[in-house]
Design a protein around this ligand. Sequence first.
Ligand SMILES: NC(=O)c1ccc[n+]([C@@H]2O[C@H](COP(=O)([O-])OP(=O)(O)OC[C@H]3O[C@@H](n4cnc5c(N)ncnc54)[C@H](O)[C@@H]3O)[C@@H](O)[C@H]2O)c1
Length: 416
Amino acid sequence: MADNVSPKVTVIGGGMITKIQILPTLYYMQSEGLIGEIGICALNTPPLIDLQQDATCKDAFPGATFTPYPDPATTGPDEIFPDLYKEVLAAAPKGSIAVIAVPDHFHYAVLKEALANDLHILIVKPLVLTHAQAEEIEKIAYEKGLIVGVEYHKRFDDRNIMARDSYRAGRFGEFRLAQAHLHEKWYYRDSNFQNWCTCENSDMFTYIGCHYVDLVAYVTGLKPTSVSVYGIKDKYPNGNDGYLWTDARVIWENGAVLSVANALGYPNAGPGGNSQGMVMWAQGPDDGTLMFHQDQYRGVKHSYVVAGTDPGDTTYAEPNPDYYRLLNLGGDVKVPVGYGHRSVSYIINACRKAAATDDLAERQKLIKRFDDEGIMATPANSSYNELVVEAGRKSILSGGREVAIDYKTNTVDFTN
Ligand SMILES: NC(=O)c1ccc[n+]([C@@H]2O[C@H](COP(=O)([O-])OP(=O)(O)OC[C@H]3O[C@@H](n4cnc5c(N)ncnc54)[C@H](O)[C@@H]3O)[C@@H](O)[C@H]2O)c1
């Protein structure tokens, strides 16, 4: 049985998202007594050593540690442990929390294992890659009274909550057209992405375009009904092929359309961590309405003595204060702020609420509440994302043909 006051958190996946967003929030929650021991399992030791030595976390949370699996103290860097996560999840106390942050195509296998071991779950987006898998996960989790929260952090950006409340109060009228883009910096091509974000597994729309699809659904409450994605193949430094430039058109149930451009193509010399934003045009009874979100430039301009040492750091920079920052507010540890932190802590707290009761009916009531509120993405309230991924993959692999989503059968097929 889990310690239901401060449950253990077992993280599977020790890569980029664990380092910049998940682990600092877990360390902070641990310092507040909200969670217990932290364990992190990766495929091999190099990412774990990287996390252990991370200067940002060392500075913000002096003395904080996690239990690494495999242990770098006794394991060489070339040894690979593809199945160790099963043992690590089996050893976690029942009713404690699993965080899943492995590559997209591996989510399903780890989710099944975490559910089989009775763990509440935070999983980074996308939940899984097919609707059938999402339904299966929803069913198993509900039957066992286990929380599954999907980490779409744009849902916790204040501007998007403002937009959602105003849209749903009718202040924007009806959504007609939207254009969004999210381009990551060129140097991402050099990272571990080149080993998994390849043409056969994923593409830039599936990987990051999904954020703006989820966001439009989150704001408007509408469902996407067809998708066409045109992708340009490009070579990673290791020679693998990836769809590194994509342009998607998503039609919604009211006939509105969202176009989304995505790429690993924002210049390394660009002043932000990436380039992103969305404009939505809508209509009221007698006039047009407008929602304009510049999502990387948040009004801050810095010019430093020298650039930082991380890839993509520039001397002139436009840092985003809203995503994830560790602030010195006095005290022993730094304090995380931003929508990245709010998102992770919200889902971990949802898991903690469920971990606090042995009563299955009570936990199922809690799951239904999260499903109905629609703030936290769950398998039940966000599986349109899996249908969009299925449709998008079918479309991109056929050169951009339009693929429709059928909500009666939860299947996708070419429109002609
Ligand atoms: N904006 C976002 O919401 C956002 C941003 C970045 C990443 N992500 C998601 O996070 C996930 C991970 O992305 P990342 O950038 O951290 O990737 P990454 O490649 O940096 O890290 C992947 C990690 O998974 C581990 N792993 C792989 N196979 C494993 C196995 N068999 N057992 C245990 N660990 C294993 C690797 O060791 C590595 O530590 C992806 O699903 C990605 O889509 C989401």
